[in-house]
Design a protein around this ligand. Structure first.
Ligand code: OMP
Length: 210
């Protein structure tokens, strides 16, 4: 966990400051998965996803990455599951625009069948995950879970976190490589008092306990 946080800090994926979120909240930290933008960074990210998937003992038949951001994420995860865990898992992604020539259809890669695990970066409103589950069901397969890079553990529409809302409304377990609680533990150990205080304030205002 520490090494994944170190990597995110080194790459600028994880930053501290003031960031306006999709929700309108002003957050003292931000996670930008688009900055895993080199070969090494993407390889390391894939290893972290694969480790989290193996560690959680998730069972599935196909990995799915929702377009666009989920595409490199799912690809690197599939590579790492093979290289690090000896599992050759089929993977797929969707096109956003439907193709009416050539091979047709809007799923690229493995056909969606059986149990499908969705790989994504963060859940904000859950819209992207809802769309992904619709695509998977329309293909005749069954969404069985979501693996995220970061769970911000903050409230969605109501009392529950955005992640818990997805778990409840879509009946889908959501797991993540990193959670806000892990980041707080890290900061407690690393001794950056100002960053820690800002994040703890934010969590007491918008956070959920677990
Ligand atoms: P997609 O990855 O395209 O679903 O977008 C994720 C959304 O979450 C984007 O609008 C980001 O600006 C936003 N986001 C992050 O990527 N990282 C965060 O730490 C927080 C947010 C957010 O706005 O809640």
């Amino acid at each position: 966990m520490r090494s994944f946080i170190d990597l995110c800090l080194q790459l600028g994926v994880l930053r501290f400051g003031e960031f306006k979120l999709k929700s309108g909240r002003v957050s003292p930290y931000f996670f930008n998965a688009g900055l895993f933008n080199s070969g090494r960074a993407l390889a390391e990210l894939g290893r972290a996803y694969a480790q989290a998937i193996a560690g959680a003992g998730l069972e599935f038949d196909v990995l799915f990455g929702p377009a666009y951001k989920g595409i490199p994420l799912v690809a690197t995860t599939a590579v790492a599951l093979h290289d690090q865990h000896g599992r050759d898992v089929p993977w797929a992604f969707n096109r956003k625009e439907t193709k009416d020539h050539g091979e047709g259809g809007n799923i690229v890669g493995s056909p969606l069948r059986g149990r499908v695990l969705i790989v994504d970066d963060v859940i904000t409103a859950g819209t992207a995950i809802r769309e992904a589950t619709d695509i998977i069901r329309a293909a005749g397969a069954q969404p069985v879970g979501v693996m995220l890079a970061l769970d911000r553990q903050e409230r969605g529409q109501g009392r529950l976190s955005a992640v818990q809302e997805v778990e409840q409304t879509l009946q889908l377990p959501v797991t993540s490589i990193l959670r806000l609680a892990d980041l707080i533990d890290y900061l407690r150990g690393s001794g950056d008092a100002a960053q820690l205080a800002a994040i703890e304030r934010y969590r007491s205002e918008y956070g959920v306990s677990d």
